[in-house]
Write a protein that binds this ligand. Sequence first.
Ligand code: AP5
Length: 218
Amino acid sequence: MRIVFLGAPGSGKGTQSQRLVERHGIPQVSTGDLLRAHVRDGTELGRRAKSVMDAGQLVDDATILGMVRERLAAPDAARGFILDGFPRTVPQAEGLEQMLAAIGQPLDAAVLFDVDSELLVKRISGRRTCQDCGRVFNVHTAPPPSPPPCGGQCETPRLVQRPDDKEETVARRLEVYEEQTRPLVGFYEQRGLLRSIDAEGDLPTVTARLEAALAPRG
Ligand code: AP5
């Protein structure tokens, strides 16, 4: 299964990716997570990306495409993948299409997560991520078990708020989504790959809608 998750910041792409990874045994490829790893490791790419991410803007297409090309060449992506937060611009979508055509492995679907904008802001403001294992929680809607978070997976769990989850940055990220990423809805619709889901509701309900949207069509 080769799929793209499309949707505004806070729509639940990362959360549902983590649930599907467990169920289907294919990796989640999150460009946001890859970039945050570069920032954490202090690489040259990370130093360039940090100020762009902190401002709620998009990192340039060439950097992102290079990073994704390298990640998809890893052995664990041979059986499929979930692209979470990529592509985000039409040039990125075109680049991905060419990349996958070259290896004869086209996308199966692009799923659009549909969530009301007020709820997006609430979800993002409550988001906390485990710095050790990367699992995502929410102080309002998906609180971690107390103690320990991560169901005991992490020895020293620490929940942190992302630097780009500040209110003014979130507003900018939502604008950037509308301007630069929303056009991908038409891009994938034209190719017959678009599936939209109502991504409001509790986690299992949204997962069930997602699984139904991804079920083979007869
Ligand atoms: P990225 O990390 O991709 O962030 P994003 O797309 O803005 O998405 P989010 O991670 O904010 O939201 P999500 O949809 O994954 O929601 P989540 O599951 O966490 O990108 C960060 C930055 O990196 C970008 O701004 C950009 O600068 C750069 N970047 C990344 N990719 C790029 C690219 N391709 N090109 C250029 N630049 C790029 O859920 C949110 C919260 O809600 C959580 O707390 C969760 O617990 C909760 N929640 C989720 N689902 C539910 C539910 N059903 N009910 C209740 N609570 C829920």
